[in-house]
Design a protein around this ligand. Sequence first.
Ligand code: B12
Length: 447
Amino acid sequence: MTKKICLINPWIHDFAAYDFWSKPIGLLYLASILRKNGHDITFIDCLNPCHREMKHEPRIKSPKRQPWGNGKYPKEAMDKPDRLRDFPRRYNRYGITPRIFKKELTEGGKPDLIFVTSMMTYWYPGVFEAISIARQIYPDSAIVLGGNYATLCRDHARQYSGADIVITGEGEKHIHDLCDLSHFMPDFNNLDSYPYPAYDLLSTIDQIPIMTSRGCPFDCTYCASHLLNDGFRVRDPMKVVDEIEFWNIKYGVKNFSIYDDAFLVDSTNRAIPMLKEILRRDLNVSFHCPNGLHLREITHEVSRLMFQAGFRTIRFGFETSSIQRQVETGGKITNEETTAAIGHLNNAGYRSRDIGVYILCGLPGQLAAEVHESISFIKSLGARPVIAEYSPIPGISLWEESISVSPYDICKEPLFQNNTLLPCRSEKLTYEMYRKLKDETRATNHD
Ligand code: B12
């Protein structure tokens, strides 16, 4: 039987949030499958940065957007949750106003099912706000919660979210329990059988996230990828280029963001043919990689192809120059490999300031000196260090150690997993030291 399903991408409540090419790709994958089965879909994007109605909210400034599809979100100051009361930063709701949300929800008509997604574990207050309003307006509609928070903090979500059903993991595997999918069901083990995400539901398609794979073959101790995805699966690179061409031709999209955890892994069979095909089809598009790429895979050929194919924003996961920690956390990169990779990128034409290299800051037991040395190392190679504050995530290998060193009860309260708090800071790496390290990354010693 056909159902009316309302999909909701909820707000972010946080100290800071910037739209680094963010779109609810997982929810829109589910939307496509539901639509192919004849269900009637509506979509409310609380994080729509350019909602038309926002001009009727004079107290909220219109956010500055960048031509590449990234930029600021609209925001409104709000009271901090009690548990974050003592943290000396303002707290905001990012996205549209609750008034607009209620209006859209009401105008859409009563749904049979409400699907709510979730991202960062510590963003659950925005999820709860959306659920509570939806419940007030449609007390009889079943509310289903999925996404990263639901997966990583399942018990917390079941206890406190107010959703009727909490689903963990990749939704494609579970939604047949909720509605009829007898007309179309992708093969879970074959990503090429998935329909494209329903980006046409977005009010403006300023950029489009692409996933050429799910999961990651590495198992780094600070990362939750293996808890969120069922193994490492890849798409046919030619079919990925078909998707890029589809959005480019049909919707005029010029900017694409890569969401993969392991885009460059096995580049001979994946990234290299894909990049060559983009060049062969002469697609005039740009790519942005806010999620880090693997430096080890950067060769002369890969960097040259990336440069020619329009990879404009490139970020890499380096994390630390400490050899001991590189080994302990999973061994995804060495300093020698990093030196060679940055050399290739420079030779391919990338300027130093364009090569962003993530350095993890605030790992359990980490000394400020380690972060300082990592920053200096990356600068010395002619690249730009970018600090990524460590967020402890339930279930990762570093979880127990994180609990034991954190000054917060990160186990009971996901709000304390917020990277802005530097949740595993200690006297070896205090907030003041972190601020200085951040300043070091800003002081440039190159072009
Ligand atoms: C791409 C990505 C980003 C993108 C943005 C993604 C977006 N959608 O907006 C960028 C690069 C901006 C980003 C940034 C950050 N990220 Co990030 N990111 C990811 C990544 C790699 C993939 C997320 C994704 O899109 N997955 C793919 C889609 C298909 O999955 P999905 O949307 O979750 O949907 C599926 C299921 O969840 C489910 N589902 C989803 N919704 C629903 C709803 C219903 C009803 C149902 C039934 C099912 C369901 O079904 C979907 C289809 O299978 C994950 C790691 C990972 N492998 O998941 C980290 C991850 C989520 N990020 C993480 C972190 C730490 C960060 C940063 C804080 C990093 C930093 N220190 O600066 C920043 C903060 C962002 C900010 N704006 O402030 C952590 C989470 C931390 C936490 N405590 O929750 C993760 C898990 C990585 C890690 N370290 O392990 N990130």
